[in-house]
Design a protein around this ligand. Structure first.
Ligand code: PLP
Length: 427
């Protein structure tokens, strides 16, 4: 198998053979597939096998891989040069497009990854409020900046290292961790530190501990507490932005944050992030304000071209209804297949993201319920699906992503594979 040979080779040259930990399959065991190319709903590995892809490059590929509109925009941009390090019209168009689609983003700044977006947004919130502490939630992941690597989800959770060595205790002493979907835990933190908390950062749909939607009232409660105590609310929409709807999770749930962080989809597959929000807060940023933030390649013209092509394409009427319908069919189909074989499975889905949990609980909405799931059943299911050409996230802590390129044939293939996999799991 070429993948196995490449993985062996890679492990001598790259730590763990990968450039981002969760790709190494540590959560499920076995050999990661090395990918040669991708098109539509499919990935093709170096051994020539095709997979229906539910990772979508961890979120960006909302339209499917290799979409002609995005490819064309990139090729045209490349013709004009790769990077100028000077302002461009396309950056203005990007900021204005974000402003229009997400009205809370009165101003925005581009960066190169989701990590940079959340790190910069928190620095800005601290600078603006003059406060040091902030609240995050157990199981939520906001990238790998030091102060955020506390009880993080995603790869950090899969590896069992929620707080990473290399992060000095002093750097996280201002990071307060509360429980997702438990407003009382946030009230308690504010009661303890009424004038010290700069901001609350939250994934509006938690997608780094599988897929956990907010319970009714949770996000509204965060908004109210932030207002009461003079803290900023940061919605980390790096994953949910333009995945759960055209106005992101903030539009879907009707919550106006002070700051929003974006990434993934807004780059169309290129390395991009952004943060933005209230004008008064954003004007605290250099060069108009005192809070420093910068980037050699920020607003890169090729990345902006890819991102804008994506943001134009997703404004097509009916697109998000179609995406949500595909996602619902997959999630409900998985549940029905599991039920046919007497396997307890809980599911969640919002817009184009879904989760499934090997759990006896009728619904899963808390972090401790996620970690209590049957991980060995997940691992077996994962490999049974992979063998049949269905590429799920290799971790029970990641949301699944559906694209517009997933048609009836791909959905049927997935559900048929799941039926066979659940049948084998029962034996
Ligand atoms: N925030 C959320 C909600 C994410 O899901 C991620 C990445 O998965 C990040 C931030 C970090 O983004 P990046 O990996 O681009 O640095």
């Amino acid at each position: 198998m070429h993948s196995a040979r490449l993985f062996e080779q890679a492990r001598h040259a790259i730590p763990g053979g990968v450039n981002s930990p969760v790709r190494a399959f540590n959560g499920v065991g076995g050999t990661p597939r090395f990918i040669e190319r991708a098109d539509g709903a499919y990935l093709y590995d170096v051994d020539g096998k095709a997979y229906v892809d539910y990772i979508g490059s961890w979120g960006p590929m909302l339209l499917g891989h290799n979409h002609p509109l995005i490819k064309q925009a990139v090729l045209e941009a490349v013709e004009r040069g790769l990077s100028y390090g000077a302002p461009t019209a396309i950056e203005v168009e990007m900021a204005e497009t974000l402003q229009r689609l997400m009205p809370s983003m009165e101003m925005s700044r581009m960066v190169n990854s989701g990590t940079e977006a959340t790190m910069s947004a928190i620095r800005l919130a601290r600078g603006y409020t003059g406060r040091d502490k902030f609240i995050k939630f157990e199981g939520c992941y906001h990238g790998h900046a030091d102060a955020l690597l506390v009880k993080a989800g995603s790869g950090a959770l899969t590896l069992g290292q929620p707080s990473s060595p290399g992060v000095p205790a002093d750097f996280v002493k201002h990071t307060l961790t509360c429980t997702f979907n438990d407003l009382a835990s946030v009230e308690a933190a504010f009661a303890d530190y009424p004038i010290e908390i700069a901001c609350v950062i939250v994934e509006p749909v938690a997608g780094n501990m599988n897929c956990i939607p907010p319970e009714p009232g949770f996000l509204e409660g965060l908004r109210a507490l932030c207002d009461e105590y003079g803290a900023l609310l940061i919605l980390d929409e790096v994953m949910t932005g333009f995945r759960v709807g055209l106005q992101g999770a903030q539009g879907h749930y009707g919550i106006r944050p002070d700051l929003t962080t974006l990434g993934k989809i807004i780059g169309g597959g290129m390395p991009v992030g952004a943060f933005g929000g209230r004008r008064e807060v954003m004007e605290y940023l250099a060069p108009v304000g005192p809070v420093y933030q910068a980037g050699t390649l920020s607003g890169n013209p090729v990345a902006m071209a890819a991102g804008l092509a994506m943001l134009k394409a997703i404004q097509q009427p009916g697109l998000y209804e179609a995406l949500a319908d595909k996602t619902r069919r997959i999630a409900e189909g998985l549940k029905q297949a599991a039920e046919r074989h007497g396997i307890p499975l809980a599911i969640t889905h919002v817009g184009g993201m879904f989760g499934f949990f090997f759990s006896r609980e009728p619904s899963v909405s808390r972090f401790e319920q996620v970690t209590a799931c049957d991980m060995s059943a997940f691992r077996r299911f994962y490999h049974l699906m992979l063998e049949q050409g269905v590429y799920l996230a290799p971790s029970a802590y990641e949301a699944g992503f559906v694209s517009l390129a997933h048609g009836d044939a791909e959905i049927e293939k997935t559900l048929h594979a799941a039926d066979l996999a659940f049948a084998q799991l029962r034996n």
